[in-house]
Design a protein around this ligand. Structure first.
Ligand code: BG6
Length: 469
């Protein structure tokens, strides 16, 4: 691996921090939904369900209490020998309702402390501005389909860019920006059940996110020209179920849809197929000439991505089996193995995805999420998570192969450095971490941390710069 390859680990604010109601923080959607055992899937498709109820347990309120335990956790991360910690800032900690003119100083101070703690060990924070953390207040005015969010997002970006300009160099604007197209509530605080025309709402929301992201690039570069500001895609190519041209066309369109927003962030222009789709659907978005100029002039420096799996589609899916996957469902691929949660592993698909992204964008890639979830229990000794080691090893082999193919890769941060709350299910039992956290799905547990076998294995990977896998 090249000398300056950035080895790290990943996590996100509301999945780890807790302290959801402390020090002036406002609410985000995560703070009002419970777990999969208590309507989370239904509520993240129609938030009214959650807003009209009180649950016994809200996983984000305490999460793994990184809010108080960050010194201990960062010390453990440092002992891995890593160079970067990929995390996010919770927007509602800085602007509780999003609409305030002045930021919440307590929120800014918290991230000062976290970043300083990282820097003390020579760990560079890699920071996402919005990892599913749009302040909940905006839900009541239509979420991201409301143009006003552009102004509020840019105000927030400006505040944190200014505050942390000497502490953070690598930024990403919006986590998995393509999420808004498959799950508009999670990606854009847009409730599809309340929309007369869901397609209009989500594409409009996506456009405003793109403008907000481009303006963030603009102000970021003004504040510190050395910033590296990237986009972030939930990646994983879609395969055709067969070589029937109808299946190939279906897969082609699915891929183009996933790339469309990244195309805008990298190339500054909407791709033709996306524009033609809007036209055919009769969607006349609010997309001004100024917007288009902003998009064209403020493109990103790198492409951040998550990769968990590839996807599979067919023209006629009716008789085919489905499978779980990141971002959206997929058809089950008979050639791939599944984990405890039905997500299928496809290491070669990783090499294909990396090559495809690099051929398309010619920008360095940053793999900021890739990992394996499993149900695990700990008796005090390190969990023997060989399945996770196998998964990460197999993916790192393909990452190396992609680099030999000529793909430029900045770094790799497995999801996750430590067990955190699962974004889709809200449970901790869907564990991704290299470090185990004693916590169950009702919020019970000592929160004690115990490194797993994969932690020690990854420590050696980092030490040998990827030579020993
Ligand atoms: C990505 C998200 O979609 O996948 C993370 O950026 C998330 O926030 C990860 O945790 C894994 O998904 P899940 O639902 O298994 O936690």
């Amino acid at each position: 691996m090249k000398e300056n390859f950035l080895w790290g680990v990943a996590m996100s604010a509301s999945q780890a921090e807790g302290g959801a109601l402390l020090d002036g923080k406002g609410l985000v959607m995560d703070d009002v939904v419970s777990t999969v055992h208590n309507e989370r899937f239904q509520a993240t498709a129609n938030l009214e369900i959650a807003l009209n109820k009180t649950y016994d347990y809200y996983p984000s309120h305490q999460a793994i209490d990184f809010y108080h335990r960050y010194p201990e956790d960062i010390k453990r991360f440092a002992e891995l020998g890593i160079k970067v910690l990929r995390t996010s800032i919770n927007w509602a900690r800085i602007y509780p309702k999003g609409i305030e003119e002045e930021p919440n100083e307590a929120g800014l101070t918290f991230y000062d402390k976290v970043f300083d703690e990282c820097l003390k060990y020579g760990i560079e924070p890699v920071v996402t501005l919005n990892h599913f953390n749009t302040p909940l207040e905006f839900y009541y005015s239509g979420g991201w389909k409301n143009r006003e969010l552009i102004h509020h997002f840019v105000k927030y970006a400006k505040t944190v860019f200014t505050r942390y300009k000497d502490k953070v160099k690598y930024w990403m604007t919006i986590n998995e920006i393509n999420m808004i197209l498959s799950l508009p509530l999670v990606g854009g605080l847009i409730n599809p059940t309340l929309e007369e025309n869901v397609d209009f709402a989500k594409y409009q929301g996506a456009h405003y996110q793109l403008v907000a992201s481009a303006l963030a690039v603009k102000v970021g570069k003004e504040i510190n020209p050395n910033f590296q500001i990237g986009c972030m895609m939930g990646a994983g190519v879609t395969y055709p179920y067969s070589c029937r041209p109808e299946d190939v066309w279906e897969a082609f369109q699915a891929n183009e849809e996933e790339y469309a927003l990244i195309d805008v962030q990298v190339k500054g222009q909407y791709p033709h197929l996306f524009l033609s789709k809007l036209k055919h659907k009769g969607l006349e978005l609010d997309m001004t000439a100024d917007d288009l100029a902003i998009l064209e002039e403020n493109t990103v420096d790198f492409v951040g991505l998550s990769y968990y799996n590839t996807r599979l589609t067919a023209a006629d899916k009716s008789s085919l089996q489905t499978s779980g996957a990141n971002l959206m469902g997929t058809l089950k691929n008979p050639y791939l193995k599944s984990n405890d949660f039905g997500w299928q592993s496809d290491p070669l698909g990783f090499r294909i995805t990396l090559n495809e992204l690099y051929s398309r964008y010619h920008l360095p890639l940053f793999i900021v999420e890739n990992g394996y979830s499993a149900i695990e229990t700990c008796d005090g000794d390190p969990i023997q998570d060989d399945y996770r080691i196998d998964y990460i090893r197999d993916h790192l082999k393909q990452l190396k192969a992609a680099m030999e193919d000529g793909v430029d890769i900045i770094g790799y941060t497995p999801w996750a450095g430590i067990d955190i709350i699962s974004a889709s299910t809200g449970v901790i039992e869907k564990r991704y971490g290299l470090i185990y956290v004693d916590l169950d799905d009702e919020g019970n547990g000592s929160l004690e941390r115990t490194p797993k076998k994969s932690y020690y294995w990854y420590q050696n990977v980092v030490k040998t710069n990827g030579e020993e896998l």
